[in-house]
Design a protein around this ligand. Sequence first.
Ligand SMILES: Cc1ncc(C[n+]2csc(CCOP(=O)(O)OP(=O)(O)O)c2C)c(N)n1
Length: 629
Amino acid sequence: MRKTPILDRIHYPCDLRKLEEIDLGPLADELRTELIEIVSKTGGHLGAGLGVVELTIALHYIFDTPDDKLIWDVGHQTYPHKILTGRRKLMERLRQGDGLSGFTSRSESEYDTFGAAHSSTSISSSLGISVARNLSLSEGNVIAVIGDGAMSAGMAYEAMNNAGSMNNRLIVILNDNDMSIAPPVGAMSAYLAKLISGGAYTGIRRYVKKIISHLPKRIRQSISKVEEYSRGFFTGGTLFEELGFYYVGPIDGHNFKHLLPILRNVKNSKEGPILLHIVTQKGKGYEPAERSADKFHGVSKFDIPTGNQIKPNTNIKSYTDTFSTELVKVAKEDNKIIAITAAMPSGTGLDKFANLYPERYFDVGIAEQHAVTFAAGLATEGYKPFCSIYSTFLQRAYDQVVHDVAIQKLPVRFAVDRAGLVGADGATHAGSFDITYLASLPNFTVMAPSNELELARMVVTAADYNEGPIAFRYPRGNGIGIEFPNEIKPITIGKGKIVKQGEDIVLLCYGTLIKECLEADIALKKLGFNITIVDARFVKPLDEEMILKLIKNHYILITIEEGSIGGFASHVNNFLIQGNHLDSKLKIKNIFLPDIFLQQDTQENQYIKAGLNSHSIVDCVTSMTKIDR
Ligand SMILES: Cc1ncc(C[n+]2csc(CCOP(=O)(O)OP(=O)(O)O)c2C)c(N)n1
């Protein structure tokens, strides 16, 4: 008779805690199999989840979640956690509209103590939670789980520095799988490797302390000292200790026999902050993931036996690919060009650059703030840094963009990828704000291509431009399949382009939504409209001359952009109002992102929800001209 899966008995962690320890191994196997099956159908993050199957089980087994607070860094590794915390049935709608988020989300479950998706926030938020517990005289544990990749960000150190000085009870689990999305970079990664090669040292200090607590004080003190020094000698693991953490590790994160006693030990311990260093394998238990270079960090749907991913069959290049191809070309001609990524070599396409010009390529780790100021430093010395960062992650480096780049008018080139709506990764990854936050800065030149050829031209333009900071934003996904000429020419700064000349009504578009304008044009033609379509190209400097010409012979002006309030529309409106260019005949409407955080869905559905597609444009035109379709 076939045995009922143990997983079928687990609806919530309280069910898990009823199991015998001996059941946990088989449960881990079932959980892994289920995880692989789910992600093969939904796509998403796989490698990280596979690596923490045992840790997830062990944490919910030992700790009293959700009363004990468990905080996952990034949250991309939480699929096993979701399965064990009441969301198993919902997993088939992972990362889909009205389905589960691919990260932690407070609105989704009380077991998601803190929402995440951007990295390295877990120690700060955990410290806040643990301080709140103290202030309200509550009990319970607070546990942060952070990866070695996430440990490369400044915020993690800021939090440790603060936590170490406060002596608050807090457990930080460093999940060291020796991988970020790509292999990890930096001195911390080397340091962790050294700790691991130093051999197991599982909290010897705790046991020594227990023993010596029974000895007379004088002997106790001197033994304590010996123990303190020998610790560093055994492990070299004093960096965390110097920061005020009690270090335990390294521990095999796939072995329940090691994990459970240690977690029991640290639970309710009276020590100040504890750092538990566990070693895991990303992609563990699924051979195609284990042997792939990125350990199946993020995947589309795939075939389980082979691991082959099902990707859309298209010859059209992605915007990211166009950017990196063009950058490599300009870098061949100009050895001052530098490429910088913050732990996203493949996501930004800069791995191509790394292969060809390794000496001019820098992966700085998950450290967007540092990436920007590092680029600024290079720019002071006459180099031409291209800082390629997703719109959403550049948010983290805003002060560096303002203070280190814009104020000093340094020619740092910002290649802002994943601008606009991004689909399944949801609100945390949407690039909604960059037009607003960059174009509001003095000294900045800010542009957006309307198609992939325009993007290639903007790369060339940025390479040539040395007067100050310059940024160009481009979306997730493919271009329109436009043919490229042999020579890619730069664009004149501040000059827009009439794409189609019509009359009365002008669609003034900033960015790739021009595609929707062209589609709207087909429908509007049938309704008797002959509209003008303009590719603005620049939000800063705005092509004021062109806008003035447009309002002379059009009476309806509609701006369109894939960004928040305060962006392109605001610059156009402001120019017209401040310059007294408005008259009673001119009607203006602005189409931009709504004032909500759009959750995960397909990109297409997000465009519909946001009112950013050809239908909304047609509706806007017809409502302004009061003609029913
Ligand atoms: C601020 C920020 N920059 C970049 C990313 C993209 N990102 C997601 S996961 C990840 C790697 C995380 O590595 P690690 O913490 O070691 O976790 P692992 O996936 O190896 O378990 C990166 C760079 C992010 N989420 N947040």
